[in-house]
Write a protein that binds this ligand. Structure first.
Ligand code: GLU
Length: 448
């Protein structure tokens, strides 16, 4: 663990005391505070106004019961969350996650990260996150719809175009956003397109939003390579996960001349030396909602390894696109042994602090999720722009805007890292760059 600035130790102690047992949240706060030492010394006005203490405390936390009826007529109870973390830069913005692991600590870590990520996009969005411990796996469309309707029946009173704008995350994609939007529209009697992002293309959704997180991660990786005078052309790439982020990261790597030879899901990892066939993967995962093992069964030369780690596959670029803490020190050591040059996080906090330390010590370029996976939420902000002006942009134009955001964000990380004495350190650049914008806005708005 890196030492904290002495002024920040009591701040972290208070976060630990006030949020007991929320390990992921503690981890996310510690990582940001570790980067802020040079800021504390240079900008004493932040301490005078207790800006860091305020940023660590959500503006509002909502927890609610979500009852729903399963296909057998059984009444089920889930817990719903929305943590409205910081609205200094714009309405709270961030996804909803439906997964059995969801509890307040997960939502708070994601909401906290979202503040800085959203700030880095340069677009006017605050940070928030929500979700439920509902497990969509194996549920029928009818069950998903009833759950979403029940969830929105409470959530609707807290959100709005100018207040809080949810979107998707793990377990929440186009289908769920459709049911959520339908219920919001029904309850409020308003066609308020800007209340949710990730909508369908015929009812206010943005082109390229589905692809945006994965594409953005690869655009960011491309910039990291460009900064070293290299490109993706001919690179061997390993991606973890096989969900929305992973699928479109694979697609963009292939478009830019790299070859993705492995990805994974909860059934194991898929190895396909010829390069992953994206059409087949999309059909298996998105249409059939199956496993990577189904892909291997249908594709010559592809295998599934169910008792290993995807990080054992030698590669030059690794993109963790599954979930938090999926790569530990051991995973990082395996990648280093396999010759990895760059790791960029497509998921939120997929690398443990030990993994990040090991990668840095080995001189591997590391792109933190706050920066490298900001493409999704950036395109959500572009969707909000289109909704506000009742406009609809082309795929090409929207993708170009996303590309510009990712380039700008990359350069901002490098410039900030340089300015604060850690040249080439994307973690410092992202944390400090994201923080300063929010902190200055909070200062300007007084004690609120
Ligand atoms: N869940 C995504 C993220 O982690 C997207 C959030 C959004 O589009 O609001 O950034």
């Amino acid at each position: 663990m890196t030492a904290l600035h002495p002024d920040l130790e009591p701040v972290l102690d208070e976060v630990l005391r006030r949020n007991p047992g929320e390990n992921e949240f503690h981890q996310a706060v510690r990582e940001v505070l570790e980067s802020l030492s040079p800021v504390v010394d240079r900008r004493p006005e932040y301490a005078q106004a207790s800006i860091i203490e305020r940023i660590c405390e959500p503006e509002r936390q909502i927890i609610f019961r979500v009852p729903w009826v399963d296909d057998d007529g059984g009444v089920r109870i889930q817990r719903g969350f929305r943590v409205e973390f910081n609205s200094a830069l714009g309405p709270f913005k961030g996804g909803l996650r439906f997964h059995p692991s969801v509890y307040l600590g997960i939502v708070k870590f994601l909401g906290f990260e979202q503040i800085f990520k959203n700030s880095l996009t340069g677009l006017p969005i605050g940070g928030g996150k929500g979700g439920s411990d509902f497990d969509p796996k194996g549920r029928s469309d009818g069950e998903i719809m009833r759950f979403c309707q029940s969830f929105m029946t409470e959530l609707y009173r807290h959100i709005g175009e100018y207040t809080d704008v949810p979107a998707g995350d793990i377990g929440v994609g186009g289908r769920e956003i459709g049911y959520l939007f339908g219920q919001y529209k029904r309850i409020t009697n308003r066609y308020e397109a800007g209340v949710l992002t990730g909508k369908g293309l015929t009812w206010g959704g943005s082109q390229a939003r589905t692809e945006a997180t994965g594409y953005g991660t690869v655009f960011f990786t491309e910039e990291m390579l460009r900064a070293k005078g290299e490109s993706l052309d001919g690179k061997r790439v390993v991606v973890s996960g096989a969900g929305n982020v992973a699928i479109y990261a694979i697609g963009k790597v292939h478009q830019l001349g790299g070859r993705v030879i492995a990805c994974s899901d909860s059934s194991g990892y898929l190895l396909d030396e010829a390069g992953i066939d994206l059409d087949l993967l999309k059909d298996v995962k998105e249409v059939r909602r199956g496993r990577v093992a189904d892909y291997a069964a249908e594709r010559d030369g592809a295998t599934v390894i169910s008792d290993g780690s995807v990080w054992d596959v030698p590669c030059q670029i690794a993109l963790p696109c599954a979930t938090e803490n999926e790569m530990d020190e051991e995973g990082a050591a395996a990648l280093i042994k396999g010759g990895v040059e760059i790791v960029a996080e497509g998921a939120n906090m997929p690398c443990t602090p030990g993994a990040i330390r090991a990668l840095r010590e080995a001189g591997v370029g590391f792109g933190p999720g706050k920066a490298a996976n900001a493409g999704g939420v950036a395109t959500s902000a572009l969707e909000m722009q289109q909704n506000a002006s009742r406009d609809s942009w082309t795929f090409e134009y929207t993708e170009e805007r996303l590309h510009e955001v990712m380039k700008g964000l990359h350069d901002n990380c490098l410039t900030t890292a340089d300015e604060f004495g850690s040249p080439g350190d994307y973690v410092a650049g992202a944390n400090i760059g994201g923080f300063i914008k929010v902190a200055d806005a909070m200062l300007a708005m007084g004690v609120i």
